[in-house]
Ligand binder design. Structure first.
Ligand SMILES: Cc1cc2nc3c(=O)[nH]c(=O)nc-3n(C[C@H](O)[C@H](O)[C@H](O)COP(=O)(O)OP(=O)(O)OC[C@H]3O[C@@H](n4cnc5c(N)ncnc54)[C@H](O)[C@@H]3O)c2cc1C
Length: 402
């Protein structure tokens, strides 16, 4: 049998937010990109909104602006003008205001499906990007010169580089024989859209409970999106409740900051894990987004890290081509990996630290937590630094790919 064979310049596996961002970043590069996504996106609605949302930090909004994606999102994105964090010990907690760092917002809350739709719109005029969906890979094989990916329909694509953007359970990572450092929090993140009695004024709330954080994130239209991290058993109990009982539990836990929470949409629960691939690159393979690293959603940084991966990898590919280098070679891919690892490790380390600090009920840690919160709250300089770091504003703005 003579199977259909084609060649291209980069194969991207996975058309989630991160894989799509890479395709958008490469759309003007002149390179022939093939993006393979196994299924059409489905939206899980909750009060008429996607229950999957992402807080995109201010620094990364600049990336989306540069890619031409942001204009399609501006109307629906909810600005996060301030953030308040508190726990049972320090009821006042800390408040971070965007105005303190001269910004209009710390970030924006977007529905994942809206972000993906905006990226698809950006790709409509991309002559050199082929989007194959639904399409599933059956085999992948590497040689010194190229990688060959064979789809279930028999079509085979050959390229100098394949990129794994296929999420936390990456098929491609598995096929490359790369395993992960893993931490299972034995928790679920419960998400839903809720309606508060009072206006949220663009404030994101994060309440730390002994079991994990409960985030109440401001959406457009006065709604909020919750991410409630709870131990597996407790999460099972919360998911089994009817809406009225769930709202009761939520009100009792969150408190009256926004008046009563008076409505809730459908809920969904996601297991919470942290993981880091033991290799982010191999010859003719690069991992980006959750395929490379998965972080606890408590700071809402997973997609944010992935967007930065996509931009840095796109730059390295384009630069390699400009200087007549083979962009699938390990020396080129190592440049991507070396730029990204410090950011990824810093975020993973900070998330683990926060998780330990706020969930372990040890007296010493409680004191440290209280002292830390007071120190940050009272020191303008520390607060300023924290805000610039967590919003991605202290990071260099990636060059846009042209
Ligand atoms: C409860 C919760 C809340 C979160 N909140 C935030 C937040 O506020 N901010 C933030 O930055 N991050 C947040 N995150 C993290 C964020 O959702 C992830 O980091 C992000 O979805 C990763 O995007 P990705 O494109 O790398 O992977 P995915 O979103 O997993 O996409 C992978 C894509 O690959 C496709 N695919 C998989 N296997 C194959 C295959 N073999 N062939 C072809 N296609 C394949 C899938 O269908 C999918 O479309 C949150 C996570 C959770 C669980």
């Amino acid at each position: 049998m003579n199977a259909h064979q084609e060649s291209c310049d980069v194969i991207i596996v996975g058309g989630g937010m991160v894989g799509l961002a890479l395709a958008c970043a490469l759309k003007h590069s002149g390179l022939h990109i093939v993006l393979i996504e196994r299924r059409e996106a489905t939206v899980r609605e909750s009060l008429g909104r996607d229950c999957r949302v992402s807080a995109i930090v201010r620094g990364n909004v600049r990336i989306l602006e540069g890619l031409g994606v942001w204009p399609y999102l501006e109307q629906s994105a909810g600005p996060i003008r301030a953030m308040r964090i508190w726990d049972n010990q320090e009821p006042g907690g800390i408040r971070f205001d965007a105005a303190e760092i001269g910004e209009d917002a710390l970030g924006f809350l977007v529905e994942n499906s809206q972000l993906q739709k905006a990226m698809h719109r950006c790709l409509l005029d991309a002559e050199h990007v082929e989007y194959l969906c639904p399409a599933e890979l059956e085999r992948v094989a590497w040689t010194d010169e190229s990688v060959r990916a064979t789809l279930k329909d028999g079509t085979a694509w050959t390229a100098p580089l394949i990129v794994g953007a296929d999420g936390g359970r990456s098929w491609l990572r598995g096929k490359a024989g790369i395993d992960c450092h893993q931490r299972d929090f034995r928790q679920q993140g419960i998400v839903a859209t809720v309606r508060p009695e009072r206006g949220h004024a663009g404030v994101a709330y994060q309440r730390f409970l002994p079991t994990g954080p409960l985030a109440m994130l401001p959406m457009s239209g006065g709604l909020c999106s919750i991410v409630w991290s709870a131990d597996d058993d407790e999460a099972g109990r919360l998911m089994a409740m009817d809406d009225d009982a769930f709202l009761e539990a939520l009100n009792a836990t969150f408190g009256p900051v926004l008046g009563r929470l008076v409505g809730t949409g459908a809920r969904a629960a996601f297991p919470l894990k942290a993981q880091l691939a033991r290799h982010i690159v191999r010859p003719r393979l690069a991992l980006i987004g959750d395929a490379a690293h998965t972080v606890h959603p408590l700071a809402g940084l997973g997609v944010n890290l992935g967007l930065r991966d996509a931009m840095v990898l796109a730059q390295e590919i384009v630069d390699a081509r400009r200087f007549d280098e083979d962009w699938g070679e390990l020396s080129v891919l190592n440049r991507y990996m070396k730029q990204r690892l410090p950011d990824v490790l810093a975020v993973m380390g900070a998330m683990e630290g926060f998780h330990q600090l706020f969930t372990r009920d040890v007296p010493g840690l409680k004191l440290l937590r209280g002292a830390g919160m007071r120190l940050v709250g009272n020191s303008g300089a520390i607060k300023h630094l924290l805000m610039r770091n967590s919003t991605g504003l202290s990071l260099p703005v990636p060059r846009q790919i042209g």
